[in-house]
Design a binder for this molecule. Structure first.
Ligand SMILES: [Zn+2]
Ligand SMILES: [Zn+2]
Length: 128
């Protein structure tokens, strides 16, 4: 475990956060309609390692994206039947000081959400 603190933001800068991430633990992509249409590429962060610094009031009521610029920065994943541990799914693209070289060096886990087959790798992943 080698967590580093990253600064994150939406495109207009109203929403700002920091997150402690071990990027070597890998990143996540899913082919379901929601993830594909927003090109969601995420890292999993423990809830205690994620802090919104400003712009909480700029978030859309769903809490998933900036109401001003529309960029989705993060999403809270509470404990659920399929999810034993709560986490925050953070958009890798919103991490401002994450060097692209570190991002692409991390392993990507793919989910076949489009076919409701979440724990399998989709047949095609190159577009994700
Ligand atoms: Zn914004
Ligand atoms: Zn998805």
């Amino acid at each position: 475990m080698d967590k580093k603190r990253y600064q994150g933001s939406c495109a207009c800068g109203r929403v700002r956060f920091e997150a402690d991430v071990d990027i070597s633990q890998g990143t996540h992509k899913c082919n379901c309609t929601h993830c594909w249409k927003r090109r969601w590429w995420s890292v999993k962060v423990e809830p205690t390692d994620f802090r919104v610094l400003s712009g909480e009031d700029a978030l859309d009521p769903s809490g998933r994206f900036c109401g001003a610029c529309g960029v989705a920065t993060h999403r809270h994943a509470p404990v659920a039947e399929w999810n034993p541990t709560a986490y925050v799914s953070v958009s890798a693209a919103s991490l401002d000081d994450l060097p692209p070289a570190e991002l692409v060096a991390a392993k990507v886990t793919y989910y076949d959400g489009r076919h409701d087959n979440w724990w399998s790798t989709p047949a095609e992943v190159r577009h994700l």
